[in-house]
Design a binder for this molecule. Sequence first.
Ligand code: NAD
Length: 434
Amino acid sequence: MYEDRRLRIVVVGSGYVGTTMAASFADLGHQVTAVDIDEDVVEALHAGDAPIHEPGLADLIERHAGGNLEASTVYDSLAGADLVYLAVQTPTDEAGNIDTTALETAARMSGEAIADQPPAERPVIVIKSTVTPPHVETIRAAAAAGAGDETLEVAMNPEFLREGSAVSDFREPDKLVFGTSSQRGDDMLTAAFEPIIEATNPVVIRTDPDTAAMIKYANNAFLAAKISLINDLGNICKEFGIDAYEVADAIGADDRIGEQFLRSGVGWGGSCFPKDVRAIIQAATAAGYRPAVLEAAVAVNAEQPARMLELLDEHVDVEDQRVAVLGLAFKPGTDDVRNSRAIPLIEGLQERGANVVAYDPVASEEMQARIPEIEYAKSAARALDGAVGALIVTAWDEFETLDDAFDAMDRQLVVDGRRVIEPRPGMTYEGLTW
Ligand code: NAD
């Protein structure tokens, strides 16, 4: 029975990844403690609430909180653990370099928490956060310094879940990447994921920690570049009056290309693609190689919101006019607005002197914390009421059925950045790449 193979797992950092992982490991039967320095996060977990919006997560937390899912602001629980995951944020600085300050602190504190244990009884420390290959050693060294043991090993188990479907992605991964430097590390990771491996049979890649770190960047860089390439091609289609989606359907039928990630539009955002692509470009450049394709992928992505605004400009002067922005989350299914395409769009509208009214089913509060000065509507219909134009930024399902709500616009002008709505009679409709 799996019960016999239950591990004691500590997850340090309880954000989008850490909370999903902690709740999911608890659901697999492991005894899990989520550690976070943010008291609000720990309080939410104690109360059985999800500190972030993610489908299915609240149910898991409600089911396991106080049972095999505990939460704490201190690192005490590490000493009794089998496995310690470091899942704190790794943002980029202004130049795009990875900032590992928080992760180094977490690694050092984790090392300190297990310093008194004999090496063979210490938990295996695993980096879950995304770090460039040269930083794997930085984090290992921070943990080793904390433990006072230069030989301390740290494994790398990068995460491929997508916000919006994080719980099911964790439960049914395409692949697992175990970057370890010892059999014990590999055994522990295998034991942690055993129920998933048995149930869904994902590809398991066993490699060293640096290669594991690179696989994560290669994965995100490839996907981001694929979207930028279809956007580049989509922009050409728009110039020629061709529907980029018809072209994408055709090329997607080629096995070598594949049908996924071929929806052209306003581009990629979120907490991962922008920072990860920039971080690997910076790391490569520092090592003496400039990745030209990745630089171009970033450049195309940066231009897409401006192209959307140009399409709006072709039809209306928005100065002192009400303009609706529908969708603020960087993608449907999440309240995450980090690097959302809505941000440059709202800024562009503000520069034009427009009165922006924004709506999102779950992310309005998050955006309000960043951009407080615009109006936030309680529904899409209210945002559209009296507007001279609307920008569709996030592909939320509910935008597909707005129908009569467009009648309340002063002028039925819609620029769709995600191919979400069907044009209606009387509507001026601009698709970004179609
Ligand atoms: P996040 O910002 O949502 O959460 C990080 C959490 O760590 C916060 O709650 C913060 O309070 C906590 N924290 C910071 N310092 C700490 C410390 N010293 N001790 C304990 N807790 C601490 O971050 P996230 O989006 O979950 O991302 C975490 C990592 O996973 C990043 O490296 C990211 O690149 C990577 N990743 C994210 C995703 C995603 O979809 N969000 C997917 C794959 C990988």
